[in-house]
Unconditional design. Structure first.
Length: 531
């Protein structure tokens, strides 16, 4: 086709020659934009009416999401011919965004120039075939939002990622395509209203989007109290040991610090502490998010948070995590003498060494595989120190040492068993039972909770001094040192020919709490000596 331009306009010809008739008049096409139809979540048909007014005329549509059609897209031009009556024309649009308003306008041109109709609009369906995300936080219309806030939303199964729209204008511009369900826009301006939404993407429909309704929130008006600076670990660090500690800078006048920590962003509040470091329990091969908020004592402990940071622990073999939540807690008082120690399991631990005693530092007591231990009846009004060491094949990790104080012992204890025949002054304990001697030649035991005593051994002599270990009871009987099983039975002579007049034999009991029990002479032997 050849196009020639004169003062009367443009003339179109199918060959290289054309004729211009001086004085002839070519009229602009008449154009009318009509309603759209067949609207779905990502397609629509837009229509119009064009009258060529006797001149060969081409038409097309301009469409876009701006009401002024700024930045709009043109459909392909089509030849309508040179008729003299109006013809309905249309264009099929595809790959539209669901739940979005589009504006469109019909255009046409002939030898007289270009004409267009009015601007109309339509809104695509909300894409019910593919759900939009549910916006979670911040809440719609929230005020006083921290300037370091994160945006979060619910996941949509099978979505090919999410487009995040965010800004201080409405509608907000797209800022990110992400595969996770949170976005931290960085430190925002104080006292500013922000708008945001998120769209899911349907992978079976050309990644057509389904948008959530736009939300807004307003940030806090001013930074009235400084936030801490996160020091360690560095943001984005990887391959860290699960015993890594968090640390941050001190804020003058802060009423402690709230530590936020977890595997989701934003992380949940974990603990309030007066320190500037904290050692959380972690597992290998995880990504963790954390921040710390200072607390303004003059403003109801309102918090000022540092921006959220993240790090990842190593997935390789590591020493166990740190035992936490030791109970009784550090500084506890009036604790029962029959207390049970407990702690939270440490990641990767296969056993736990218990250090316990009335002196500091406490000494190793025993090793267990569980997370509780009963050290046996303790003394009244005594301060005990203890710590737990988690162990595995790679190494060990200790908790801090804590202490507690038992209640003052009662002057009148409960009666375990009555009706005994001259019980001796020699006692021994294990975790379940009390063992003692009687002056009628008996070795006996009873449960710590009381009940019927059990006679383990009977001798014609008067036993004196007693001790136990894991399986055996040891005692003296004036002429020998003997051992019998805890369940009773035949005795074994360890040492014979002990005279009653000899010096008392010291016997040491090693158990949950170390006691030294010194055996005394029997009353009969003492009587013979005095005669």
């Amino acid at each position: 086709m050849t196009v020639a331009t004169t003062s009367f306009g443009e003339t179109y010809s199918a060959n290289t020659s054309f004729t211009v008739t001086v004085g002839s008049s070519t009229v602009l096409p008449t154009t009318t934009t009509s309603s759209a139809n067949s609207i779905t979540s990502n397609t629509a048909t837009i229509t119009g009416v064009v009258n060529p007014n006797g001149s060969d005329t081409y038409f097309w549509f301009q469409y876009g999401t701006s009401s002024s059609l700024s930045g709009s897209v043109a459909t392909s031009q089509q030849d309508l011919g040179a008729g003299t009556t109006g013809s309905t024309i249309s264009a099929n649009l595809s790959s539209l965004t669901s739940n979005t308003t589009y504006y469109y306008q019909v255009w046409a041109r002939n030898g007289a120039g270009t004409a267009h109709g009015g601007i109309l609009s339509f809104t695509t369906a909300n894409g019910s075939a593919f759900p939009a995300p549910s916006l979670t936080s911040p809440a719609a219309g929230a005020t006083g939002v921290d300037v370091n806030t994160s945006l979060t939303w619910g996941s949509v199964p099978n979505s090919a990622g999410y487009f995040v729209y965010f800004g201080s204008v409405n509608p907000p511009p797209v800022v990110l395509l992400t595969g996770i369900t949170s976005y931290t826009p960085g430190t925002l301006s104080h006292g500013t209203t922000y708008y945001w939404t998120v769209s899911s993407r349907d992978p079976s429909n050309n990644n057509a989007e389904s948008k959530a309704p736009v939300r807004s929130f307003t940030t806090t008006s001013a930074a009235s109290f400084p936030a801490p600076t996160l020091i360690s670990p560095p943001n984005g660090a990887t391959g860290l040991n699960i015993n890594t500690s968090l640390s941050w800078s001190a804020v003058n006048g802060s009423a402690g610090y709230t530590v936020y920590f977890g595997t989701v962003n934003p992380p949940p509040a974990l603990v309030v502490t007066a320190a500037t470091s904290y050692s959380p329990a972690m597992s290998p091969g995880n990504t963790y998010y954390w921040t710390v908020g200072s607390r303004d004592p003059n403003n109801g402990n309102a918090e000022s948070k540092a921006p959220v940071q993240s790090f990842a622990t190593s997935s390789g073999a590591q020493p166990p995590g740190t035992p936490t939540n030791l109970s009784p807690a550090d500084g506890s008082t009036n604790v029962s003498a029959n207390v049970t120690l407990s702690w939270s399991a440490a990641a990767g631990a296969t056993s736990y060494q218990i250090y316990f005693g009335p002196t500091y530092p406490p000494t190793a007591l025993t090793t267990v595989t569980g997370t509780t231990y009963s050290p046996g009846p303790l003394g009244g009004d005594v301060t005990y120190y203890w710590r737990i060491v988690a162990v595995n094949t790679v190494g060990s990790t200790s908790s801090s040492t804590v202490s507690f104080t038992t209640a003052t012992a009662s002057s009148g204890g409960s009666v375990l068993v009555s009706g005994l025949t001259n019980p001796g002054n020699s006692l021994a304990l294990d975790s379940d039972s009390v063992y003692w001697t009687e002056f009628n030649g008996l070795i006996r035991k009873v449960s710590k909770s009381g009940g019927t005593p059990q006679t383990l051994y009977s001798t014609p002599y008067n036993p004196s001094g007693i001790a136990v270990d894991a399986t055996t009871v040891y005692f003296g009987d004036e002429v020998s040192l003997r051992a019998i099983p805890k369940a009773g039975g035949t005795s074994t002579v360890l040492t014979a020919e002990i005279r009653a007049e000899s010096q008392p034999m010291p016997i040491t009991f090693i158990g949950p709490s170390t006691r030294r029990v010194r055996s005394g002479k029997s009353r009969r032997a003492e009587a013979r000596r005095l005669r």
